[in-house]
Design a protein around this ligand. Structure first.
Ligand code: UDP
Length: 242
């Protein structure tokens, strides 16, 4: 079931069911899009038609931010739980390591994807990461990356180029790439590499991961300030609908 939050259709799923869904996608013979929007992306989509179209066509859209779950309380069917993209990817690795499935990581500063590959290979023994490339490429390099992915045919393509660049990149190349799942993963690539740290569990459980990220990187205030605006817009929308 989908829950509409300012025009973005979120799958009303749980972390467990989202994992099940991804595993299903891995058995099907076409490229499925996974997007994990937070309130900031929902707000951005209000002014970016292309992004909104992508969000509406993606096969799986799960709420990364607690703000989206809060906003959904104003809707008829509220979203069951927050499904952080990062947790979902780690759950998937846990299962994929024992399957004959492969992963390609695209994104991050030079060296970060290699580090992610090394660390994930140690943590999830036998996880088959068959290729990596950093996320600061020009057109010529892009062609090379696409050819490499075509040749390697990974089952899961993880793309961390920041939002909305990664979603647009995945969408533009959706039909060219012989993969089963393309996931927009943003900063997860840095967590996989260990160059960024996840908030302590207590922050995660209380829905305060955003606060931890703000304390670690105060310049994020420009982004976080959009959260109250997001909730107000959702509320206004609901009042106008009555
Ligand atoms: N990134 C990239 N290429 C770009 C811009 C960003 O590979 O042109 C990477 C960046 O190094 C980081 C990840 O994308 O590893 C996520 O970036 P950011 O934190 O800006 O995005 P968010 O996940 O917060 O949307």
């Amino acid at each position: 079931m989908k829950v509409d939050v300012l025009g973005v259709p979120f799958d009303n799923t749980t972390r467990k069911d989202a994992l099940r869904q991804l595993l299903n996608f891995l058995t099907e013979d076409h490229n499925h899009l996974l997007i994990t929007p937070n309130p900031e992306i929902v707000m951005e989509a209000q002014e970016d038609e292309e992004l909104m179209k992508i969000l509406n066509e993606a096969e799986l859209v799960v709420p990364d931010g607690i703000g989206v779950v809060l906003a959904s309380k104003f809707e008829k069917n509220s979203i069951k739980e927050r499904v952080p993209g990062c947790d979902l990817m780690f759950d998937l690795f846990e299962v994929m390591k024992d399957m004959e499935k492969s992963v390609y990581i695209l994104g991050g500063a030079p060296g970060v994807a290699e580090k992610a590959k090394r660390r994930m290979g140690e943590k999830y023994r036998n996880l088959n990461i068959i290729g990596v490339h950093h996320g600061y490429f020009n057109e010529q390099e892009e062609e090379k990356i696409i050819n490499e992915i075509k040749q390697l045919k990974p089952d899961l393509l993880m793309v961390g180029l920041g939002c909305p660049r990664q979603e647009k990149w995945i969408y533009k190349n959706k039909h060219k790439l012989p993969v089963k799942v393309s996931a927009g993963i943003g900063g997860t690539i840095d967590i996989m590499a260990g160059t960024a740290k996840r908030a302590p569990i207590i922050f995660q459980k209380m829905g305060l991961e955003w606060l931890h990220r703000l304390l670690a990187q105060p310049t994020r205030i420009r982004r976080i300030i959009k959260l109250p605006l997001f909730l107000l817009t959702v509320l206004k929308n609901k009042i106008n609908r009555k």
